[in-house]
Design a protein around this ligand. Sequence first.
Ligand code: HEM
Length: 492
Amino acid sequence: MDPYKYRSSSAYNAPFWTTNSGAPVYNNNNSLTVGTRGPILLEDYHLVEKLANFDRERIPERVVHARGASAKGFFEVTHDISALTCADFLRAPGVQTPVIVRFSTVIHERGSPETLRDPRGFAVKFYTREGNFDLVGNNFPVFFIRDGMKFPDMVHALKPNPKSHIQEDWRIMDFFSHHPESLHMFTFLQDDIGVPQDYRHMEGSGVNTYTLVNKAGKAHYVKFHWKPTCGVKSLLEDEAIKIGGANHSHATQDLYDSIAAGNYPEWKLFIQTIDPDHEDRFDFDPLDVTKTWPEDILPLQPVGRLVLNKNIDNFFAENEQLAFCPAIIVPGVYYSDDKLLQTRIFSYADTQRHRLGPNYLQLPANAPKCAHHNNHYDGFMNFMHRDEEIDYFPSRYDPARHAAQYPIPPFRLSGKRDKTVIEKENNFKQPGERYRSWAPDRQERFINRIVGGLSDPRVTHEVRSIWVSYWSQADKTLGQKIASRLNVKPNY
Ligand code: HEM
């Protein structure tokens, strides 16, 4: 054994108690005092270390998606899509890739109940042979806004009031009254599926549009979708109150217990693709994250299955320290010009440097499992064992060279600098269609939730009227029903 190598695993535990620096501790019960009553001596190094470590046990929680549960397993390709992508992990049916998945709620704190009406995060880290691929999605296929410039404001409106620390509908209704693009997302959030029964019974979606690129360099826009094999199940208000009242961690427990019992959660992965040459054929912009791609025109194509068959060993190491980032892609998968995705590419790694430190990608859960090499490692908490003399590039002394080039989307880009909105906003058609697809009792529950939010006494008449106008543009009858319950005159 090399005595200078860092041994981090609990497999190297000593059979007796030690200090952090390895010296034996003969008494872990009593502080070192003068006489039996004290005072305590500062020279009790073990006591000081123990308290100091405890005092620093918490790291900043995620600014969003703080509450989550994770599990491990594998992804297996079931259908050949090598004509669409040169991604190594998608190269052929039967190929398996280890994954870690983190499910989450979005708005509330690290210990908040898991029965709240809130989108759910569905983030998958594929440890591929060509580096990690993070598919950082949600359970709903669309998003509230389409420009990341608005994300911090949106999150502030959804988070508790900065004065009272209470989440308040009037602030939410006020903010989104400026954003009719949010209507489609509200037809998911305020629908019956707004509170998933647990993490096993919900769908997932990459939400943003990505690009698949094949060996020849041909690109296709792609959306990713996860479908649970055990079906989608949700909680209505009474059930959510009952379950959440009895156990504020019911979804974490369900995931953990299911895996421990050998009842492994499974999802099928589907994609929808659009040839970029055809992107103008639709009455919406395919890169607009507030839109779904109609499945009758752009059918779901099966790709593989995700099986979660292993619980995490340690919550801190494999949940708190886990870091997902939509910028983390592999050859054969690329971003698109979806404006929201472009903002996400920056934001995640930035927050993780703050939350976990500059070497967060060296942490075991985040590090690639394939061989990797570069010179970005010094800084706080670099614990990589390196003995090379060359830490610059290029060098005639370092045999590591550039990797082989792989294809990226070949699109030509042009346009003048501008801060503007997209051309085809089309904010009302899809929410209206979705509402009309529901049975009357489902529509009724949706209306009740919308009216509930707008009934907050601090929602002004102006804001109510704006919402009535928006919902009327999605569906005239829906607008009329909301207006009559709120006693507002529809104003088309
Ligand atoms: C511009 C828009 C967005 C920004 C700036 C943003 C930013 C963030 C940030 C800062 C975090 C915390 C990450 C961490 O501390 O590790 C986060 C987490 C997350 N975001 Fe976003 N987000 C955006 C939109 C979205 C969208 C559209 C989705 C769904 C596709 C999404 C899904 C998630 C998920 C699942 C997590 C939790 C990841 C985990 O489990 O650790 N976000 N986001």
